[in-house]
Ligand binder design. Structure first.
Ligand code: NAD
Length: 491
């Protein structure tokens, strides 16, 4: 199949690709060049209403369709994503600014894995029964909720969009989905793939537009019974305010300010040290630091602080090329938008005002040629700031990390827990007891010991505190997208 990208993207409603009813569009930029490359529908309540009507029409048949049929269609979508990897990866890079190799190695393969994982998962999804000896037997039904809303951010566009849609569809729901208005193109291309894969009309509806108008229209619609949202804590709070009084089911995957804790014993082994450094570079700057799981607060045991600092900065200076996302040797591409670029630069200024010392980076990068007007920022490392300052409290979501030191295990835990967030944490040590003690005490939904971003799609994924409510992944996602009903039979 051919995945052409038209200048004006369209909504996918009831199986058709159609423009917004208002006729209004929003500009879409390529952040690496600063150019307007297309326009996306500025959909409103009226577009959401027709999407919900289409979903309502599709639900009776889809919700009782045999799981094997759902498996076949979702698995076909996974195959078509793989077959179109090249085109999807280029679209993702041009929309988001991430290096093309990253989109090819991570984003698009993961989007395909999401569909394959839940296509097969639904074939094995079972429910419990509770036997009351000679009195009665209870069994649990897990039935699709109905029409659900899936709203996703711009940092891992197709990867996170499909992470929600795949389990929602597998569980038998009909979906109204909205990608970020900043990175809409791969979601639009997914519409074409779904049509080709034979997904029945109206089962998935993809509607484009802003959070304030399109997103809120999804959340507010009385027939949308559950919302799965990934994005900022601020937008999550707003969505909870709208959805909670209507008793809608909510899954909120929000921001992070994740600690990366490095104990001194790692320096005793050359191999452990190199592995830690390599992964700390990744967890600091991968995808321009625009991953909710990035470790933006690096906590280092005092006795190895100077060694860490020297080796870390050396690696950045020698090995982290900021450049055109389409070039193979580029390690760090463009920041996703001008608005976000300005925010990160403001955060670096704040860090300086708070007394932070910039050890490397701290400025915009001016490239030549095609990317002369793009939004690029140097990988930035800051030291000398305490745990309570703004820089160490608020999510920056860019290529900016801070260094802090600790003397004891207790102090490391205290620093790690010193923010309102609790999404992910990394712990580097060769002490098995220490690693497990710290893992148990860090307030976070996800802990990596001696690794980072090693993902098994079966595991629960999500945060505590202001990082969210609920868990995605594996059975957790299929449980979220179903309502359980107990049936009791007296014997
Ligand atoms: P955002 O909150 O601005 O937007 C996310 C999505 O929500 C977009 O589609 C947007 O249009 C929509 N939206 C915004 N306001 C809305 C509203 N009032 N009602 C309904 N929809 C609304 O986030 P972003 O800037 O796109 O993404 C970056 C944020 O996402 C960061 O805070 C990052 O930590 C977070 N994030 C979290 C996870 C996670 O799994 N916890 C993963 C990736 C990103």
């Amino acid at each position: 199949m051919k995945l052409n990208i038209p200048y004006h993207l369209e909504n996918y409603i009831g199986g058709n690709l159609i423009g917004p009813l208002s006729g209004n569009f929003i500009d879409n930029f390529n952040p690496a060049t600063g150019e307007i490359v297309g326009q996306i529908p500025e959909s409103n309540e009226k577009d959401i209403n027709i999407a919900v009507e289409a979903a309502k029409k599709a639900f009776p048949a889809w919700s009782v369709s045999p799981v094997e049929q759902r498996f076949r269609i979702l698995n076909r979508i996974a195959e078509l994503i793989e077959e179109n990897l090249e085109e999807l990866a280029i679209a993702e890079t041009n929309d988001n600014g991430k290096p093309l190799w990253l989109a090819k190695e991570v984003d698009i393969p993961r989007a395909s894995s999401n569909f394959r994982f839940f296509a097969t998962g639904i074939m094995h999804f079972a429910t419990e029964s509770h036997n009351m000896e000679d009195k009665a037997i209870n069994y649990t039904l897990r039935q699709p909720i109905g029409i659900v809303g899936c709203i996703s951010p711009w940092n891992l566009p197709l990867y996170l969009f499909t992470w929600k849609i795949a389990p929602a569809l597998a569980a038998g729901n009909c979906v109204i989905a909205k990608p970020s208005e900043v990175t809409p193109v791969t979601a639009f291309l997914l519409s074409k793939i779904c049509k080709e894969a034979g997904l029945p009309d109206g089962v998935l509806n993809i509607v484009h537009g802003t959070g304030a108008v399109t997103g809120e229209a999804i959340v507010k619609h009385p027939d949308v019974k559950a919302i799965s949202f990934t994005g900022s804590t601020k937008a999550g709070e707003r969505i909870a305010t709208l959805a909670a009084p209507k008793f809608k089911k909510l899954s909120l995957e929000l921001g992070g300010k994740n600690p990366n804790i490095i104990f001194a014993d790692v320096a005793n082994h050359e191999g452990s040290w190199k592995k830690m450094l390599y992964n700390t570079i990744r967890s600091s700057f991968a995808n321009q630091g625009e991953i909710c799981l990035c470790g933006s607060r690096i906590l280092i045991e005092e006795s190895i602080y100077e060694k860490f600092k020297t080796d870390f900065i050396d690696w950045i200076n020698k090995g982290l090329k900021v450049g055109d996302p389409l070039e193979e040797e580029t390690k760090q591409g463009a920041i996703v938008s001008k608005v976000h670029f300005d925010k990160i630069i403001r955060c670096i200024d704040t860090a300086k005002q708070e007394g932070g010392k910039i050890l490397c980076g701290g400025k915009a990068v001016k490239l030549e040629g095609r990317c002369a007007n793009g939004y690029f920022i140097e990988p930035t490392v800051i030291e000398g700031l305490g745990p309570q300052c703004k820089t160490n409290q608020e999510e920056i979501f860019g290529p900016v990390v801070t260094l802090q030191t600790f003397k004891t295990e207790e102090e490391a835990i205290e620093l790690a827990n010193a923010t309102q967030y609790g999404l992910a944490a990394s712990i580097w040590t060769n002490g098995i007891g220490k690693a497990n003690r710290v893992a148990a005490k860090v307030e976070s939904g996800i802990i990596w010991i001696n690794c980072w971003l090693l993902r098994d799609l079966r595991t629960p994924f999500g945060g505590v505190k202001n990082s969210g409510v609920g868990r995605e992944g594996g059975w957790e996602a299929l449980k979220f997208f179903t309502e359980s009903k107990n049936v009791c039979i007296e014997l």
